[in-house]
Design a protein around this ligand. Structure first.
Ligand SMILES: CC(C)(COP(=O)(O)OP(=O)(O)OC[C@H]1O[C@@H](n2cnc3c(N)ncnc32)[C@H](O)[C@@H]1OP(=O)(O)O)[C@@H](O)C(=O)NCCC(=O)NCCS
Length: 136
C-alpha cells in the first residue's frame, strides 16, 4: 500500500472502470480533476499494489473540519482478501493524524456489499438526504 503516483493513473482508472455499479465517475474524475485532487491531498490518495499491478484504490478529501471518502474499489479477482479493509484503515489513520474528527462517504442503498463492508469497519448509515448541485 502506498500513495498514488501520477503514472498510476491508467491502472487506477482501470480499477474504477471495472469495479461495477458501486463506482460513479464523472467529469471531475478525468485527468485534470484528479490532478487537482491529488495535488490538494496527496497523502489521502492511496493505492494497493501487487507486483506491478494496482489492485485497489481509495481517496479522500479533508477540508480542515470534515473529510469525505471517495471511490474505494478493489479489483474483483482480489476481493475478500482484506485489501479494502487495509486501504480504509490506512486512510482513516491518516485522517486522524491530520486532526480530522469525522468523515462521510456516499454509497448507494443497493450497494449491499459496500454497506456490509463499511459497517464492519464501524461506519454507520446516517438518516439524511444527500443534495447536490452542478456548477459546471
Ligand atoms: C467494497 C469493496 C471495496 C470491498 O473490498 P474487499 O477488499 O473485497 O473487502 P475486504 O476483503 O477488506 O472485506 C472486509 C470485510 O467487509 C465485509 N465484506 C466485504 N465484502 C463482502 C461481501 N461481498 N459480502 C458481505 N460482506 C463483505 C466482510 O465483513 C469482510 O470481512 P471478512 O472477509 O473477514 O468477512 C469491494 O467489494 C469493491 O471494490 N466493490 C466495488 C466498488 C464499490 O462498490 N465500492 C464502494 C463504493 S461506496
Amino acid at each position: 500500500m502506498r500513495e498514488f503516483r501520477w503514472e498510476d493513473l491508467p491502472q487506477v482508472r482501470a480499477v474504477w472502470d471495472t469495479a461495477g455499479p458501486g463506482i460513479h465517475l464523472d467529469s471531475s474524475d478525468e485527468a485534470e480533476g484528479l490532478r487537482r485532487k491529488w495535488e490538494h491531498d496527496p497523502d489521502l490518495f492511496l493505492v494497493a499494489q501487487a507486483d506491478t499491478q494496482i489492485i485497489g484504490v481509495v481517496l479522500a478529501g479533508f477540508d480542515g473540519r470534515r473529510a469525505i471518502v471517495y471511490h474505494l474499489a478493489v479489483l474483483e479477482a482480489w476481493r475478500r482478501r482484506g485489501i479494502g479493509r487495509r486501504l480504509m484503515i490506512e486512510l482513516e489513520s491518516r485522517l486522524r493524524a491530520r486532526g480530522c474528527p469525522k468523515s462521510y462517504l456516499i454509497a448507494t442503498p443497493d450497494n449491499q456489499v459496500a454497506l456490509a463492508f463499511y459497517r464492519d469497519l464501524g461506519w454507520e448509515v446516517m438518516d439524511m438526504v444527500l443534495m447536490g448541485k452542478r456548477f459546471t
